[in-house]
Design a protein around this ligand. Structure first.
Ligand code: G3I
Length: 371
């Protein structure tokens, strides 16, 4: 677990310094050796150990927006490429890999002593059209394993933790065969999970392997079905000796959904029984149904996140708290959940001007719970 490198008070002071660090990061990286070198040791910091905090990052914004780049460096102990390690970005054609965008993020992380999460190797989403032509189980296994060997091998030692499998469960699972429709599930059924996890473990034995899921947090029959299906899936993987280290709770929270305290804590207890860690991997609060007044909305966003984090931290110590973006300036939320009043969404810890919000304070508070 990373030691806290900066606190909120350092936020602004660190920003200028981080911008310089970031700007000096113009090294052109040629290949694996560039990522294998150890990052800068983070400066000594307070003895207090905190749950590491991080955020999803966008390579285009890192390249063009210096204040954002500085804020990422000043606040994050972990970053995760929001899209740059997905198949659509890496694999425009079957025979081509495009690593430039991901390399730029890995370079930024190395120069700033920040850990990197890899997202994601096997998912239903963000798949290039050519993969629809994958016709047989043999071909599917070959493509999946080749991809993992190439991508995980390139970032061996530089990406410490991979969302190997993202969202494997059906939206509303009915039985054990309820996998989310994907080329992998279609050609390999549930076997794609062991195939992907084993290939990742072989490509980088030092990487932490994560199964990442959404809609596990709330009250209601669909969410309960997802929690139960996840536990059955995790037990199956354990019974088949499939390598796995942690479960990622995406934690995209919604104002109109109550956190199922008993249901979530039962899930966390089962995960612990399986000797698996827990990470919070994509925390944000979808605020389109919250009041328009900023102070009210920010307070309710913070309160929703606090309720979720309290429920988790009462029974588990997440190995990381990662938000799906650092600043409202760059979030997926407006793409899918535009507010009817037309006001900008405010789902993340920093506002669009990179000012900390109540949600920032809530995350800081729960990071200290680990002590
Ligand atoms: O990179 C291209 C760019 O070249 C092109 O000009 C532009 C316009 O077409 O599209 C760009 O790609 C977009 C990509 O984000 C990078 O910005 C894709 O269209 C867009 O679909 C993609 O959306 C991402 C989505 O996953 C699908 O990959 C979101 O930003 C990202 O926040 C979202 O993240 C997901 C997690 O991976 C899984 N959990 C849910 C979460 C939110 O949906």
């Amino acid at each position: 677990m990373l030691i806290e490198r900066r606190t909120r008070r350092d936020f602004l002071a660190g920003a200028a310094k981080a911008a310089v660090l970031g700007l000096s990061g113009t090294t052109v990286l040629s290949g694996v050796s560039a990522f294998a070198t150890p990052p800068i040791e983070p400066p000594a910091s307070a003895a207090e150990k905190l749950i590491p905090y991080g955020a999803a990052v966008r390579s285009d914004a890192l390249a063009s927006d210096l204040t954002y780049r500085a804020a990422m460096a000043a606040n994050c102990q972990i970053i995760v490429p929001e899209s740059e390690l997905k198949w659509t970005e890496l694999r425009p054609t079957r025979d081509q890999y495009r690593f430039e965008k991901a390399d730029a993020i890995l370079d930024f992380a190395r120069l700033n002593g920040i850990d990197v999460r890899g997202h994601t190797l096997a998912w239903s989403g963000a798949m290039p059209a050519w993969t629809d032509a994958i016709a047989t189980p043999v071909e599917a296994e070959r493509e999946l394993v080749d991809h993992i060997q190439t991508v995980v091998g390139r970032y061996r030692g530089a990406v410490q933790c991979w969302d190997v499998v993202n969202e494997p469960l059906a939206h509303w699972p009915e039985d054990d065969a309820s996998f989310r429709p994907s080329i992998w599930a279609s050609r390999l059924r549930g076997n794609y999970l062991p195939i992907a996890l084993r290939a990742t473990a072989a490509a980088d034995p030092g990487a932490r392997l994560v199964l990442n899921e959404y809609d596990l947090e709330f009250s209601g029959p669909r969410f309960m079905a997802r929690r139960h299906a996840l536990i059955r899936l995790l037990r199956t993987l354990r019974d088949r000796d499939v390598p796995l280290h942690a479960v990622g709770l995406q934690a995209h929270l919604f104002a109109d959904r109550a956190i199922d305290r008993d249901g979530l804590q039962t899930l966390l207890a089962e995960i612990a029984k399986l000797k698996l860690d827990v990470l919070i991997t994509q925390l944000d609060v979808i605020d389109y149904e919250l009041p328009g007044k900023v102070s009210e909305r920010d307070a309710q966003v913070a309160s929703l996140a606090a309720g979720f984090l309290k429920t988790v931290c009462e029974v588990a110590c997440p190995k990381a708290i990662v938000t799906w973006g650092l600043s409202d300036r760059y979030s997926w939320v407006p793409t899918y959940f535009k507010r009817p009043d037309g006001l900008p969404n405010r789902p993340l810890p920093l506002d669009a001007d990179l000012r900390p919000k109540p949600l920032y304070d809530v995350i800081e508070e729960f990071r200290r719970k680990a002590a």
